[in-house]
Design a protein around this ligand. Structure first.
Ligand code: PXL
Length: 277
């Protein structure tokens, strides 16, 4: 197996089982060297915690990148998650052109919204910048809310296949390449992911867990990245990531008051097995 080195750029939420505290263990478990660039440090994530601290690290990014350049460091893949400002998006583009290899994969999770709403602290200017980033990526991993914001299509909670096709074709029209659209449910007891890769469309469906957990998007994206960097097709990586998230939600649901995140650690062994199959 070729040993791959990835760079992931996203925040550190010290408590909350999301962003870098998920990406680092999950991608490493997939057998991929995981280098990190923290976009900000927060005491917790911003969903439901009150009074969190936020240290923006935007101005550290250019000097970190320049040091890597002077050391001749480069990456086989770049994966971005939650970014703290529009300026960071421009800096990420510099990183991609200056310290990634020519054929590096570029995976963007446009982590900025869910359930029809932008996360605290984001606005439409940020959405416009994220749209630009998405058009440069090899793969994007939006949920339905994010796909709506990127395309201007109104958000719906009930829809049919033609709505999902429309979201995907609009993402292609704005210049996105390969699309992994998560949280696509055509019935009450099922959940799924719609994948568009190299002109082919597929849909992976699995049982829906009743429990809603914060942070499943980050776990999903990190497992997808680990699997795809290990050479799986987008379709297989999407299935592996979805099955892993279902396991993590089941573990989380064993306890009533684990409200701020997903217990992703106990099922890492299953992810490792799936990625190495
Ligand atoms: O899970 C996405 C995420 C990442 N980082 C921070 C967040 C969120 C979602 O709320 O607040 C800081």
């Amino acid at each position: 197996m070729a040993y791959k080195k990835i760079l992931t750029v996203q925040d550190i939420s010290c408590v909350g089982q999301c962003s870098l505290t998920v990406a680092l263990p999950v991608i490493s478990a997939c057998g991929v060297e995981t280098c990190v660039l923290p976009s900000a440090v927060l005491s917790t994530h911003t969903a439901e915690f009150k009074g969190f601290t936020f240290r923006d690290l935007t101005e550290d990014i250019p000097s970190i990148k320049n040091h890597w350049k002077s050391e001749g460091i480069s990456f086989d893949a770049l994966y971005t998650g939650y970014l703290g400002s529009t300026k960071q998006i421009d800096y990420v583009l510099d990183i991609y052109s200056e310290v990634c290899k020519k054929d590096s994969l570029f995976i963007v999770d446009p982590a900025m919204a869910d359930n029809g709403k932008l996360y605290v602290g984001f606005d439409m200017e940020f959405v416009a910048a994220m749209k630009k980033l998405c058009t440069k990526a090899s793969y994007i991993l939006p949920n339905i809310t994010e796909a709506c914001l990127l395309t201007g299509i109104p958000y719906k909670t009930e829809y049919d296949r033609s709505y999902i096709q429309k979201l995907i074709s609009s993402l292609l029209e704005i210049g996105c390449k390969n699309i992994i659209l998560s949280g696509v449910a055509y019935s009450r007891d099922k959940m799924g992911v719609a994948v568009y890769e190299n002109g082919k469309f597929s849909y992976y469906e699995h049982d829906r867990e009743d429990r809603v957990c914060h942070g499943t998007g980050d776990i999903y994206a990190s497992a997808f990245v680990g699997a795809v960097v290990r050479g799986k097709t987008a379709c297989d990586a999407a299935r592996i990531a979805a099955d892993y998230v279902v396991e993590c939600i089941k573990k989380t649901a064993e306890e009533d008051n684990h409200w701020y995140g997903v217990k992703f650690e106990p099922s890492l062994i299953k992810l490792i097995e799936a990625v190495n199959e």
